[in-house]
Design a protein around this ligand. Structure first.
Ligand code: NAD
Length: 478
């Protein structure tokens, strides 16, 4: 398969030359090629989006925008198994994860299809003889840059919200994995999206991505990816005096108090680091456990870790391979560092017999106790490596949980209602789960971070605030 760009309602080749090989994480073999977009393709995509915004798409009423998105949701459901197969192979995800991702994408389009004509402005009481309305105008042309870990879900999240708000979009998906994004774009086209309302340019980050981030014709940027590239995107946004949302990394804590329901907590805690082989921004990668129950809790977790199996996407085990050789080397460097720092390996999962030697497999590992200032406890590994960090009491847990640079998600495990409320309120992050965990599925729940995890919110109705701007109109009829 050779991919193309989607610009102005047409599938087209790159204006420059070259393609990007797509490797299967399962065995490292090249199985597809992407068009290698550059600045000229981005120029064409931005121009097409502007024409759509000032033309047919900009005149499309909210109710009709919603219908197109709702039709897309139904098309995604009708093609769910095909889409899940694409996502599984492209990302190396176990099929059950890929299926869950496609269910979530359909839900994004369902949600934003329903929301398009229900996001209202307001009327403000003002002086005698005045009427004031605050409209929510679309931003205009929005740029979107997304990562490889959940291409389909990221597409639904950022494109669903922006189209519902009435923007025309230019998307640069990740070069490592974006085949589902191309198929989803076809489904939007089939659902009746006017030409130019969505434009997709595939390519490398430093080429197509940088051209989009720096383009003067963009009114707003929604970026999801690493903190390092997020900084570049924000700098480019500042240079053009425009807004951006940055959905960046995480080092999310899961806090287990002595009175937690262990049986309930253990599957969530394990899944939160193993899901998508730990390549999840909201991975629960710091496990804070009250020292008083370490002896009881840790053996139960070790048992679970040791039982996990890693294999190819089609084997549908608990954990698939990492996305690429680069990512595998990155995670291995953290493992080597943990070992040279003398951290104790408490448990390790098994890579299944038959896993291809060319694949990017990495067994989930549990280390502990990890000092809170160790690299493994502070940096985002983006792999299935869990750091166990003991704490003494509630204040100590809050101090440790809020102690890092990131602030995306937190999990709190306790049966004490007052403590649930105190600790949840004290967390410095965008989402807190009490006796549960899992940021992915809650399409209607605002999501985003603070600090090195970024700023701005996507998902839910909150995203529509980001993808629109308040315009105040003052009528003096006195
Ligand atoms: P990355 O920043 O390297 O790449 C993300 C996207 O940015 C890709 O499309 C890439 O091509 C593009 N890009 C790279 N260099 C660029 C440049 N100079 N200018 C413009 N665009 C450029 O991140 P990654 O390694 O692909 O993804 C992993 C990161 O994403 C992790 O830190 C993870 O936590 C984060 N992430 C965050 C969320 C969230 O919602 N907060 C969700 C998923 C992933």
């Amino acid at each position: 398969m050779i991919g193309k760009h989607f610009i102005g309602g047409t599938w087209c080749d790159s204006r420059g030359s070259g393609t990007i090989p797509v490797r299967s994480p399962d065995d490292g073999a090249v199985f597809a090629e992407l068009a290698r977009g550059g600045a000229d393709d981005i120029d064409a995509a931005v121009a097409a989006a502007r024409t759509a915004f000032e033309g047919e798409w900009g005149r499309t009423p909210a109710v009709e925008r919603g219908r197109i998105l709702a039709r897309t949701a139904r098309l995604i459901e009708a093609n769910a198994e095909e889409l899940a197969g694409i996502e599984a192979r492209d990302c190396g995800k176990p099929m059950k994860q890929a299926r869950a991702d496609i269910t979530a994408v359909a839900r994004y389009f369902e949600f934003y299809g329903g929301a398009a004509d229900k996001f209202h402005g307001e009327q403000i009481p003002y002086l005698e003889g005045y009427t004031v309305m605050v409209k929510r105008d679309p931003r205009g042309v929005t740029g979107h840059i997304i990562p490889w870990n959940y291409p389909a879900q990221m597409f639904g999240r950022t494109i669903g919200g922006s189209l519902a708000a009435g923007n025309a979009c230019v998307l640069k998906p990740a070069e490592e994995a974006c085949l589902s994004v191309l198929r989803l774009t076809e489904l939007l086209q089939e659902a009746g999206l006017p030409a130019g309302a969505l434009n997709v340019v595939t390519g490398y980050g430093e080429e197509a991505g940088a051209a989009l981030a720096n383009h003067p014709g963009i009114d707003f940027i929604s970026f999801t990816g690493s903190p390092e590239v997020g900084t570049l995107v924000q700098q480019a946004s500042a240079a053009h005096h425009r807004g951006c949302t940055l959905e960046l990394g995480g080092k999310s804590p899961q806090i287990v108090f002595e009175d937690a329901d262990f049986a309930k907590a253990l599957p969530y805690i394990t899944n939160a680091i193993v899901q998508n082989a730990g390549q999840t921004c909201s991975a629960g990668s710091r496990l804070l456990v009250q020292r008083a129950v370490l002896d009881r809790f840790v053996p139960l977790l070790q048992e679970r870790f040791a039982a996990l199996r890693v294999g190819a996407s089609g084997d549908d085990l608990e954990c698939g391979p990492l996305i690429s050789k680069t990512q595998l080397e990155r995670v291995r460097s953290y493992v080597e560092r943990a070992e040279s720092d003398g951290l104790k390996l408490l448990a390790e999962a098994t890579i299944a017999d038959g896993a291809s030697p060319g694949g990017y497999y990495c067994a989930p590992r549990l280390y502990g106790p990890v000092p809170a200032d160790n690299v493994l406890a502070r940096e985002e590994v983006f792999g299935p490596i869990l750091s166990l960090i003991p704490f003494e009491d509630e204040l100590d847990a809050i101090r440790l949980a809020n102690g890092g640079d990131f602030g995306l998600v937190a999990g709190v495990w306790t049966e004490n209602g007052a403590r649930q409320m105190r600790v949840a309120n004290a967390m410095r992050c965008g989402q807190v789960f009490v006796n549960g965990y899992g940021a992915g599925a809650g399409i209607e729940l605002p999501f985003g971070g603070v600090g090195r995890s970024g700023h701005g919110r996507e998902k839910g109705m909150e995203a529509l605030r980001e993808f629109t701007m308040a315009k105040t109109i003052v009528f003096n009829h006195g």
